[in-house]
Design a protein. Structure first.
Length: 342
C-alpha cells in the first residue's frame, strides 16, 4: 500500500484554507486505497482525534488574526520536518499548503535535499510563480498578456501611468489576502500599508475590468475554463471560501476560440514558469476580448469550493481521480529520478 503523508496547516493567513483542502484530500486518498498520515507544519503529526478537530472542510469568513499567526510562526517545525518518520518513510508527500513558506520554494528545496518525493512544482517554479513581479515578467516573455504594474515605492507619475482604479497587493501571497482596490491617490499609501502586513514587497497593478476566468492544468493538459462571478467587486477571501458568495460556472459560457485561447495561455504560463504536476492560472477577460493573466497558483486550493477541482470535474475528472493522478505523476517522477541517479 502506497504511503502518503499529507503536509498541511502552516502559519500563514491561509492556514484554515489548507486544513479545509487537506480534509478533502485525505478522504479522497483513503478512498483510493492509500495509507494516509497527516502532518501539520506547526504541530507535527496529527492523531485521529486531532484530524477530526482541525480537518474541517469549511473555511471561516476571515483569515487568522496577526496575534494568532505570530504564535503559530513561533511553533513552526522548519527543517525538523524532514526528520519526522512520517515524511522520511513516506512514498510521497502531498502538499496542501498556501502562502510563501509552503508555496515559495523553500519547503520544496528542503524536501529535495532530503530526497523525499512531493507533489507539485519544484523549488524554482514555486519561487517564480510566488513572486508576482518576476512571474509577470515571464508572462511577457512568453507573450501572455498581463496588466501593467509597478513595484512600491512608486512616484506619482508612475501611479498616474497605471491609472485608477488600481490593485494594491502583496507581491508574494495568495487568496487575495492583503489586497485592496483603490480609486484615488489618497488611498494608495494606506493600501500599501495593509499589503506590507503580509509581504515586504508590494505591487501596484492596473485594474482590469471584465470577466473573471480560470483554467486548471493537470500534467501537461489544460482543463476546463471556468468563470467566477463574485458578490464583491473582486474575488476576495470571503467570496472564495464562503459558500454562496460567488457563482462559479464550469465550463464558462465562452465562444470556443476564446476558451481555446485561454487554455493555450494557461499552458504557456505553466511551462514558462517551469511548473509541474498541476496548477491553476487566473485571467481577466477584458471587454475588448483580450485575456490578461493575473497569476499562476502552484498549489491551488483543494477545498469543497475550490476552482481546480471544478475545472477538472468539467472534463470528467472527479476529485478522488484528481488526487490520485497528482500522486501518480509524483511517483513516476520519483522513479525517473532514481533511475537517473542509479
Amino acid at each position: 500500500m502506497t504511503r502518503v503523508t499529507v503536509l498541511t496547516g502552516g502559519s500563514t493567513p491561509e492556514r484554515d484554507v489548507a486544513f479545509a483542502g487537506a480534509a478533502q484530500v485525505v478522504q479522497a486518498l483513503r478512498q483510493r486505497g492509500y495509507a494516509v498520515t497527516v502532518v501539520d507544519t506547526v504541530d507535527g503529526p496529527l492523531s485521529a482525534e486531532a484530524e477530526r478537530a482541525v480537518l474541517v472542510p469549511s473555511v471561516g469568513r476571515a483569515p487568522p488574526s496577526d496575534a494568532e499567526l505570530r504564535a503559530l510562526e513561533a511553533r513552526e517545525l522548519g527543517a525538523e520536518l524532514v526528520d519526522l518518520p512520517e515524511l522520511a518513510d513516506a512514498d510521497l508527500v502531498f502538499l496542501v499548503l498556501h502562502g510563501l513558506p509552503g508555496e515559495g520554494g523553500a519547503l520544496q528545496a528542503l524536501l529535495e535535499s532530503a530526497g523525499i518525493p512531493y507533489t507539485g512544482s519544484g523549488p524554482l517554479g514555486s519561487a517564480l510563480a510566488m513572486d508576482k513581479d518576476v512571474a509577470k515578467r515571464l508572462f511577457q516573455w512568453a507573450q501572455v498578456p498581463t496588466a501593467s504594474w509597478v513595484m512600491w515605492p512608486a512616484d506619482r507619475s508612475a501611479v498616474d501611468g497605471l491609472g485608477f482604479p488600481l490593485v494594491v497587493k502583496p507581491s508574494k501571497g495568495g487568496s487575495t489576502v492583503g489586497l485592496t482596490v483603490v480609486n484615488r491617490h489618497a488611498e494608495v499609501e494606506p493600501a500599501v500599508a495593509t499589503a506590507q502586513n503580509f509581504d515586504d514587497e508590494v505591487m501596484l497593478e492596473r485594474f482590469i475590468p471584465g470577466r473573471e476566468l480560470t483554467c486548471g492544468v493537470l500534467g501537461d493538459r489544460a482543463l476546463a475554463v471556468g468563470e467566477i462571478i463574485p458578490s464583491h467587486e473582486i474575488f476576495d477571501y470571503e467570496c472564495k471560501y464562503t459558500p454562496g458568495m460567488s457563482q462559479e460556472i464550469f465550463p464558462a459560457d465562452l465562444p470556443r476560440p476564446v476558451a481555446t485561447r485561454i487554455q493555450s495561455l494557461a499552458l504557456a504560463v505553466h511551462r514558462g514558469l517551469k511548473l509541474r504536476d498541476f496548477s491553476r492560472v487566473d485571467f481577466k477577460l477584458h471587454p475588448d476580448g483580450t485575456p490578461y493573466c493575473l497569476e499562476a497558483n502552484t498549489l491551488p486550493g483543494l477545498t469543497g469550493t475550490s476552482l481546480l477541482p471544478q475545472s477538472a470535474a468539467a472534463v470528467g475528472i472527479g476529485f478522488p481521480e484528481l488526487c490520485d493522478t497528482i500522486c501518480q505523476l509524483t511517483l513516476r517522477r520519483a522513479v525517473r529520478r532514481n533511475k537517473v541517479g542509479a
